[in-house]
Design a protein around this ligand. Structure first.
Ligand SMILES: [Zn+2]
Length: 74
């Protein structure tokens, strides 16, 4: 992994956690899409639905939270 945890820019603490926020409900959406694809096109449709899920609209925001002062930073 290339995620190097740096100290907090605010207080300099090394007690920093990396937090990932996944926004969007792509999982349910993708599964529904996959099922729909299965109904229409069989296994290939299901596969396409699942692949579409992968490149979907999920946004993963990764940021760091200082465990000492609670500051959030990238
Ligand atoms: Zn801090």
């Amino acid at each position: 992994m290339s995620n190097v945890i740096v100290g907090c820019p605010k207080c300099g603490s090394q007690n920093v956690r990396v937090v990932s926020d996944v926004t969007g409900s792509t999982k349910g959406f993708g599964a529904g899409k996959g099922c729909l694809g299965y109904i229409c096109f069989g296994p290939i449709g299901l596969l396409c639905g699942l692949l579409g899920m992968g490149e979907g609209r999920t946004k993963t925001t990764t940021y760091r939270v200082c465990g000492n002062c609670g500051a959030r930073f990238k």
